[in-house]
Design a protein around this ligand. Structure first.
Ligand code: PRP
Ligand code: URA
Length: 208
């Protein structure tokens, strides 16, 4: 297992604005998209390539082409906002939706939707969810993907709590985790501190 916390100044700058309680949901969505793109850049640094030659107007250039097909798995709802950012880097990536919410009392994940195709046909699955809190949703999604036959899985999020990182890395040590920040802790109702509040409500404007 490897955990990567971005050290990029643009990520830090944008995440600070994202956290701000006065950031409205239009700006919030834009920042989620931009941060997702930058984290995807970091999460794809080790993608394998094969040599590929192309003819320039001046001669032959030996370049590279990606050898993996990539699937994006946003965890509904909040992971949805990350898809557009990933698509800017990986426009042909397939997207399969997994619907999971946390039960407010138990904090356990409840699955309500699954749009995976019958068989996996990609070599890398990127799970997208801005928040890794208890880790229950990420662990459940990884369980689903592995049962389905996914070989290589990475988790791309924005903010993690130590509790969530521990849960995911203990349950699935082969899943690398990419985050913009690792925060202090969870509070007594399972929210990340200082975090950013409710990532779904803040994206979709559904908070009270
Ligand atoms: C949030 C978030 C994650 C989950 C993280 O979703 O987007 O999916 O909580 O918490 P965990 O690590 O403790 O599982 P939420 O349950 O609020 O659903 P929503 O995105 O539909 O609002
Ligand atoms: N889900 C969120 O949206 N925010 C948190 O802090 C924890 C879980």
């Amino acid at each position: 297992m490897a955990i990567h916390i971005s050290n990029h100044p643009l990520v830090k700058h944008k995440l600070t604005i994202l956290r701000d309680k006065t950031t409205d949901h239009v700006k919030f969505r834009q920042l989620v998209r931009e941060l997702a793109l930058m984290l995807a850049y970091e999460a794809t640094q080790d993608l394998p390539t094969s040599p590929f030659s192309t003819e320039t107007p001046m001669g032959t250039a030996v370049g590279a082409q990606l050898t993996y097909e990539i699937g994006l798995i946003p965890i509904l709802r909040a992971g949805l906002g990350m898809v557009e950012g990933l698509w800017e880097l990986l426009p042909s990536a397939e997207v399969w939706h997994i619907g999971i919410y946390r039960d407010e009392k138990t904090l356990r994940p409840v699955q309500y939707y699954n749009k995976l195709p019958v068989n996996p046909r990609v070599q890398l699955c990127l799970i997208l969810d801005p928040m890794l809190a208890t880790g229950g949703s990420a662990v459940a999604t990884t369980d689903i993907l592995k049962k389905w036959g996914a070989q290589k899985i990475k988790f791309v999020g924005l903010i993690g709590a130590p509790e969530g990182v521990k849960a995911l890395s203990e349950a699935h040590p082969d899943v690398d985790i990419y985050l913009a920040a690792l925060d202090d802790r969870l509070n007594d109702i399972g929210y990340i501190m200082p975090g950013l509040g409710d990532a779904g409500d803040r994206q979709f404007g559904t908070g009270d």
